[in-house]
Write a protein that binds this ligand. Structure first.
Ligand code: FAD
Length: 338
């Protein structure tokens, strides 16, 4: 990955700016790169990966967003093979949802965390993290992309990959008018929220019976043992993902109250005395209502495309395929333009 210092010397004029360094944006950038276009990926986060998120807490490590992936499409299997060759992927016994373990490559988790998959792809790309894109300005032939740190990048086309409500906020605050039917279909994409609770226990023994323990009655969907999954170097790192209903009704509740309610609900499988805890709120976690296509693109005449897990399949594979498809369409549109 290019460092910020390097980026400052990199051209501020590229063929395509990709907004978002989650799996969708990274895949889009790979495809554009391979198609011979110059790209720059901008992400507001401190690191790449988006909802493929891993964090440290003392000597523990947790996946607190996506837990595993299941690839079956030939377009994305080479990436999985690359991660396996790099020694950063391993099969896991269950998936975060029982349905996801039924087909494809089987469930795979990231050794040292699921974000290692994103870091592996990002290594070959020009990326600037810590950069919130705040405005998109149409130019004579393309766009000016403006960020909160006043970075200005000129591009012939833009691909937006944030969760759709965030992409549409950016479009609206830039006073861009999308065709009505397109805007309506994008606005219909919906996501569920998810509150994730991370608990660190002082133990050298497994404290839940398997890597993934699914719970049917809520408010917890699944408890995940990050040590058994190969993510945490230290035993006792448990991630608890809560239902959309609990997450909605407890969004404004304090972290300590959330932890206390969740530990009480988990008492059949988890001790009540973690050494430390953290809460992470995902306003947009999994797609609840998706767009039927794999991406959306419009030439106004400036080219702007939308991709991400709001399109097609509602998971990491869907996000990856959407990014690849949007990039393919942008390549084609730019080819026709020149
Ligand atoms: C708790 C949880 C559990 C999940 N479990 C699984 C699972 O086990 N298996 C599975 O397949 N999927 C799972 N998912 C879903 C999966 O994580 C997503 O489908 C996938 O990561 C979406 O990738 P994306 O690239 O479309 O979006 P994201 O990963 O959200 O990437 C979008 C990026 O855009 C950036 N961004 C937003 N606005 C701006 C801006 N204005 N300027 C710059 N950058 C911006 C964000 O920082 C982010 O990095 C889970 C999700 C959550 C939250």
């Amino acid at each position: 990955m290019a460092t910020d210092k390097l980026i400052d010397t990199v051209r501020k004029c590229v063929d395509v700016v990709v907004i978002g360094a989650g799996l969708s944006g990274l895949m889009a950038a790979v495809r554009l790169d391979r198609g011979g276009l110059t790209t720059l990926v901008l992400d507001k986060g401190r690191s790449v990966g988006g909802r493929m998120a891993t964090r440290r807490m003392d000597s523990y490590r947790f996946d607190h967003g996506a837990q595993s992936l299941n690839f079956s499409d030939p377009q994305v299997l080479p990436f999985l093979q690359r991660w396996q060759q790099e020694g950063i992927a391993r099969p896991c016994d269950h998936s975060a949802t029982p349905d996801e373990s039924k087909s494809g490559s089987g469930s795979v988790s990231g050794i040292l965390g699921i974000s290692s998959f994103a870091k592996s792809i990002a290594a070959d790309l020009s990326i600037r993290t810590g950069t919130l894109v705040t405005r998109l300005v149409p130019q004579v032939s393309g766009w000016l992309v403006i960020s909160d740190d006043d970075t200005r990048v000129a591009a012939r086309a833009i691909i937006l990959t944030p969760p759709m409500p965030q992409s549409l906020d950016l479009v609206h605050q830039s006073d861009i008018e999308l065709p009505t039917d397109m805007a309506d279909r994008l606005a219909a994409i919906e996501y569920d929220p998810c509150i994730a609770v991370m608990c660190a226990y002082d133990t050298s023994e497994p404290i839940i019976p398997s890597t993934f323990v699914h719970m049917v009655d809520g408010p917890i969907v699944v408890a995940v043992d990050n040590f058994a999954k190969g993510v945490s170097p230290r035993a006792g790192a448990i991630t608890l993902l809560t239902t959309p209903e609990f997450s909605r009704s407890h969004w404004e509740v304090s972290d300590s109250e959330i932890v206390s309610r969740i530990l009480s609900a988990a008492k059949a499988v988890l001790p009540a005395n973690p050494m430390s805890t953290r809460v992470h709120r995902w306003r947009y976690s999994r797609t609840a209502k998706s767009h039927p296509d794999t991406y959306s693109l419009v030439a106004m005449p400036e080219i702007i495309a939308f991709a991400g897990d709001g399109f097609g399949r509602r998971d990491l594979e869907g996000a990856a395929l959407s990014g690849l498809a949007a990039a393919g369409a942008v390549l084609e549109a730019l080819r026709q333009e020149s």
